[in-house]
Ligand binder design. Structure first.
Ligand SMILES: [Fe+2]
Length: 301
């Protein structure tokens, strides 16, 4: 069993860089994951004062805790109200995706069976992803601190929430939810170069010092969350924060945003804010180039 140690060294990273096929035996134990206050619902959350919503969110969070004991993803029996929230958001986004999303993403969404009429289950998407790129999904009950979250990517594992945002504000969520995960993140992991890139970011996070970890956080932000990619002379979106938000996606293609060619040095030093729409975004030439630039970068750690 592969375990995390405080002083992870270069030998460990060399092994993983050459090994994109992570076997079950290579994974750390999910039950050893240490999290602090992971399931806290913040006071500014639209569901903060809705007792029924909180109970429901707690119940679904409980399924994620169960996963850590059993290693088995439990499907959520989503309620009609939750399904309505999904349909509303998924349909609105689908229209925008046709205009703005990267063609790879559009195909991947179809291939994973992500539809507008019903909330997809992590179990099924996990099964398909493992076949396609060896990526895995692991249910989690809330936001995880940067190093812990990114480190799991080094094992080709994405931690995903299963609950859905509050019905009073379907276009908004202050925390990741099943919309953000399955419409935003999950389709891109079917791209081999993007999956390998994500693994590099994870490997980097395991050996980074605090300054490097901050840089990796920015790289993740401007790619995995808010990335744009060139496509046949055009610019398309592949970042989850863009693809899962009507506001961010339209904004990204407006003239209020400066779209710069991707430059690693610039990106890792670019401080951003969570709260406002992004005034600057970075356009990668291709997923393969993003992967190679990142390989060299983390090899320099
Ligand atoms: Fe995200």
């Amino acid at each position: 069993m592969h375990t995390e140690t405080a002083g992870s060294n270069v030998a460990e990273i060399e092994f993983a860089i050459e090994n994109f096929q992570v076997e079950d035996a290579d994974l750390p134990e999910f039950k050893d994951m240490q999290f602090e206050n992971i399931n806290e619902l913040k006071l500014d959350h639209p569901g903060a004062n809705d007792e029924e919503y909180r109970e429901r969110r707690d119940h679904i969070a409980g399924l994620a805790r169960k996963f850590r004991e059993t290693g088995v993803i439990t499907d959520v029996d989503y309620s009609p109200r939750e399904q309505r929230v999904w349909r509303y958001v998924a349909e609105e986004l689908e229209e925008l995706h046709q205009r703005y999303a990267s063609p790879f993403y559009l195909r991947a969404k179809k291939e994973l069976g992500i539809r507008t009429d019903t909330i997809p289950q992590l179990s099924e998407m996990n099964r398909r992803l493992r076949e396609l790129t060896g990526f895995r999904l692991a249910p989690i009950e809330g936001l995880v601190e940067t190093r812990g979250f990114l480190s799991w990517l080094s094992y080709r594992v994405m931690l995903c929430t299963q609950y859905i945002r509050h019905h009073s504000q379907p276009a908004y969520t202050p925390e990741p939810d099943i919309v953000h995960e399955s419409i935003g993140h999950i389709p891109m992991f079917t791209n081999p170069a993007f999956a390998d890139y994500s693994q590099f970011v994870g490997l980097g996070a395991r050996i980074a010092n605090d300054k490097q970890l901050e840089e990796l956080g920015r790289l993740y932000w401007f790619t995995v969350e808010f990335g744009l990619v060139e496509h046949e002379g055009d610019i398309k979106a592949y970042g989850a924060g863009l693809l899962s938000s009507f506001g961010e996606l339209e904004h990204a293609f407006s003239d209020r945003v400066e779209r710069r060619p991707f430059d690693l040095e610039q990106v890792i030093n670019h401080e951003y804010t969570y709260s406002d729409m992004q005034p600057v975004l970075y356009v990668i030439p291709s997923y393969a180039e993003l992967k190679e630039v990142t390989r060299k970068y983390i090899e320099s750690f």
